[in-house]
Design a binder for this molecule. Structure first.
Ligand code: FES
Ligand SMILES: [Fe+2]
Length: 415
């Protein structure tokens, strides 16, 4: 892959324990490589089953030269298809989200069923078989209601992650949730910086007053196994956490911390809520009166799932919040946040959107500013890779995932 020789060079300069070389964060070459090569080799988070709740509901996943339609079939199955007509290739669907009884191409009206079969094509020559011209499927995995896609023909194994995530998320019943509200923020920062910011709470104490009302920073990078407990949060927190974990184990909610095992793709953690909170809200009270989880013992904790390289999710007893990240340009990243509540919850009666979204809207705004500052400083001549703090181990986990995947993609390309 000689067109990416500068990327190869920068990857070669990467140092353990340090941030990446400048070019990998700010250059167009790295952006092209990331979106056209690196990110196509891994499982990417797209949406939840609640985003395509009913048969015919669709959701577009778009990144660089990729456009995939995620659609719920009449049989209830969620599938993914490349958004290009099997006739002469026109883009089938331009609407980001919506609902349709079938998929019809706007160009010559070839029409496909929701499971991708070609139903109608006018005036084709004799011998034309509709069965040979269905939509091209993309790989999709539904893990506990979280939808991941992979744009490679040879996707990495996801079985271990499925086992770790699906069962823990299942108690939040995403199939019975609806999207209450969805926010898009375009951050003026490289996608890797938005991810790095998400993977540490070294910045939380000073920057996130709303978040810290219901969430302790431990577990969000601090107080990880192997950290100096005194330096991080104090030994008392470790004792408290151990007691909580014993109670969760008793309630069938907890077995062990899942911390980026094997291929380093996923992390699943149950964490106690702080200050007597029962949900991730400003006042600590549930934001929706209709719970999404009725499993006993979940009231004072939340479950968090992080996946490489583009998502994180928090599950409370009354709502879930999911974050997906898509690179738009070397210095522009789309962060989409979706708040899910029970399908029976009625807006204005059982929940108020502004209250539901308040904590993460404030936190997203603060994080967006931090990622933008980070990008702006890295883009200057004075930038040199800097060392990670103890509490930034998960940032390095992300960086390693990126570097290893990138090197392997370039190695295979050269072979
Ligand atoms: S390109 Fe789609 S029907 Fe012709
Ligand atoms: Fe943050």
């Amino acid at each position: 892959m000689s067109e990416y020789s500068s990327v190869t060079q920068w990857l070669g300069q990467d140092r353990q324990g340090y941030t990446l070389p400048q070019g990998l964060y700010v250059s167009r070459a790295a952006f092209e490589f990331d979106t056209r090569v690196m990110l196509k080799r891994v499982w990417l988070y797209a949406c939840t089953v609640a985003h395509v709740k009913k048969p015919g509901d669709f959701y577009l996943f778009e990144m660089a030269n990729t456009s995939v339609i995620i659609v719920r079939g009449r049989d209830g199955e969620v599938r993914a298809f490349h958004n290009s007509c099997a006739h002469r290739g026109a883009k089938l669907c331009s609407q980001a989200q919506g609902s349709a009884p079938r998929i019809m191409c706007p160009y010559h009206q070839w029409t496909y069923s929701l499971d991708g079969k070609l139903l109608a094509a006018r005036n084709m020559p004799e011998g034309f078989e509709k069965a040979d011209h269905g939509l091209q499927p993309a790989r999709l995995e539904n893990i506990g209601g979280l939808i991941f896609i992979c744009l490679s023909d040879d996707p990495p194994t996801i079985e271990h992650a499925r086992a770790d995530i699906a069962e823990r998320v299942a108690i939040y019943n995403l199939e019975h949730c609806k999207v209450a509200v969805q926010d898009d923020i375009v951050e003026a920062a490289n996608w890797k910086l938005v991810m790095e910011n998400n993977r540490e709470c070294y910045h939380c104490d000073v920057n996130h007053p709303e978040l810290l009302k219901s969430l302790g920073t431990s577990g969000f990078g601090k107080g990880l196994p192997g950290d100096d407990a005194e330096a991080a949060q104090g030994a008392r927190y470790e004792e408290y956490l151990a007691a909580q974990q014993a109670a969760w184990r008793e309630a069938g909610l907890y077995t062990h911390l899942v911390e980026f095992p094997d291929d380093g793709w996923h992390r699943v953690v149950r964490l106690p809520l702080a200050n007597g909170s029962r949900s991730q809200t400003i006042d600590g009270e549930p934001a929706s009166r209709v719970p999404i989880c009725v499993h006993p013992g979940t009231g004072d904790s939340s479950l968090s799932v992080w996946t490489q390289p583009n998502s994180w999710h928090h599950f409370c007893q009354d709502h879930a919040v999911t974050f997906s990240l898509t690179p738009l340009d070397a210095d522009r990243t789309l962060l989409r946040t979706s708040w899910l509540v029970h399908e029976d919850a009625v807006e204005g009666v059982d929940y108020d959107v502004d209250n539901l979204a308040a904590v993460w809207r404030a936190t997203n705004r603060q994080d967006s500013m931090l990622a933008e500052l980070n990008h702006a400083g890295i883009a200057t001549d004075g930038y040199r890779p800097g060392p990670y703090a103890l509490e930034e181990r998960l940032v390095e986990e992300f960086k390693e995932f990126y570097v290893e995947t990138a090197k392997s993609a370039l190695g295979e390309g050269a072979a």
